[in-house]
Design a protein around this ligand. Structure first.
Ligand code: MG
Length: 344
């Protein structure tokens, strides 16, 4: 953490230094271009770090980000058409989104293992997020990651090499484990992938999935990963299904000292469909805000199901009006665009 007791001459020298740095530096590895004079999220908050059960910005302040997850990237599933810079630019400018998530399908049909173009879709989104100064999650979107550890390591080594110097980038190494052992399966997998990433990128945030579709954060908190910095844990919820009992598990995890990120949540039922549960979404947002937990809503897609933010046939390049948004999309846009003023 930085001292807050600079003396005047130090401030003066720092000011001169910063002035010349900002005029001359071409070493722009994280702050990202923008035509606006408003600082981007990454310009404002820089490299994120985990301290106890909190994720802090580079100034040591607690902060939470609100944004959107894209749908599965799998070729032929429909959601892949939204993996473009126009969508990211629109979410930035119209939704005030500060964090986005690229959900790269792995072993299922049209996924990365059979179609490597999924990787290019992810890179398109990451590059667009960097360009706008947003945080971006690279998500290994599978429920069987332990079966593809070699491929995960190879993929994340490549991502760390490409993006490890960008403060924007967050690695999510296992979307939703099934009801399998944290101690014997998930944690060993995570340690292998984390070790590979850390050999290349010493500091960017790594988010680790937890048992039971990333709900059992309390179990992970009983045996957390040690020996690496900036590790946080995934909490997922769907408001129509998951209520106070899941918040209690999250509170247990926080009390046990691990940091959480909601890399995916829905306003509807856990199957991705059904009506918006407005009351429960409000409960969840209060909880996330009170605990400075960042969150990405599932999903920017126009599939005909409750969780989609967009109605079927919406533009795949942004420029959406309210008539393009689903009930979920309308609620989520309101939450996301006001998060910074309502919460931070
Ligand atoms: Mg780094």
């Amino acid at each position: 953490m930085k001292t807050k007791t600079f003396k005047m001459p130090v401030l003066f020298i720092l000011g001169i230094g910063l002035f010349f740095y900002s005029c001359t530096s071409s070493d722009d590895n994280s702050n990202n271009s923008t035509t606006s004079s408003t600082p981007t999220p990454v310009q404002t908050h820089g490299a994120l770090m985990v301290d106890g059960n909190q994720i802090l910005n580079e100034n040591g302040a607690t902060v939470s980000f609100a944004g959107n997850s894209l749908f599965w990237s799998n070729t032929g599933w429909g959601g892949e058409y939204f993996y473009n810079a126009s969508v990211i630019d629109w979410l930035h400018s119209d939704w005030n989104t500060t964090i986005v998530r690229a959900a790269m399908g792995v072993e299922e049909s049209g996924g990365y293992l059979e179609d490597s173009s999924n990787k290019q879709k992810v890179k398109t989104v990451v590059d667009a997020a960097i360009n706008k100064g947003l945080y971006v999650i690279i998500d290994w979107h599978t429920s069987h990651a332990e079966d593809y550890e070699t491929q995960a390591i190879q993929f994340f080594e490549e991502m760390a090499t490409l993006y490890g110097d960008y403060d924007n980038v967050i690695y999510e190494i296992y979307n939703e484990p099934l009801q399998i052992s944290w101690d014997n399966i998930i944690k060993p997998y995570a340690e292998s992938v984390i070790s590979a990433i850390r050999a290349i990128d010493s500091d960017n945030l790594i988010i680790v999935g937890t048992p039971s579709w990333s709900q059992d954060v309390d179990i992970a908190s009983n045996n957390p990963i040690t020996g690496y910095s900036n590790i946080a844990y995934t909490l997922h919820f769907y408001a129509g299904t998951h209520k106070q009992s899941l918040r209690d598990k999250a509170q247990t995890a926080l009390n046990n000292g691990i940091a959480l990120m909601v890399t995916e949540w829905g306003t509807v039922n856990a199957d991705g469909d059904g009506p918006v549960d407005y009351d429960e979404v409000a409960e969840w947002m209060d909880f996330l805000c009170a605990n400075s937990i960042s969150h990405c809503n599932w999903a920017i897609n126009d599939k005909d199901e409750g969780a989609s933010a967009l109605l079927p046939g919406s533009s795949t390049t942004g420029n959406w009006t309210v008539s393009d948004l689903s009930p979920s999309g309308i609620l989520v846009k309101d939450i996301v665009e006001n998060w910074n003023s309502d919460c931070n």
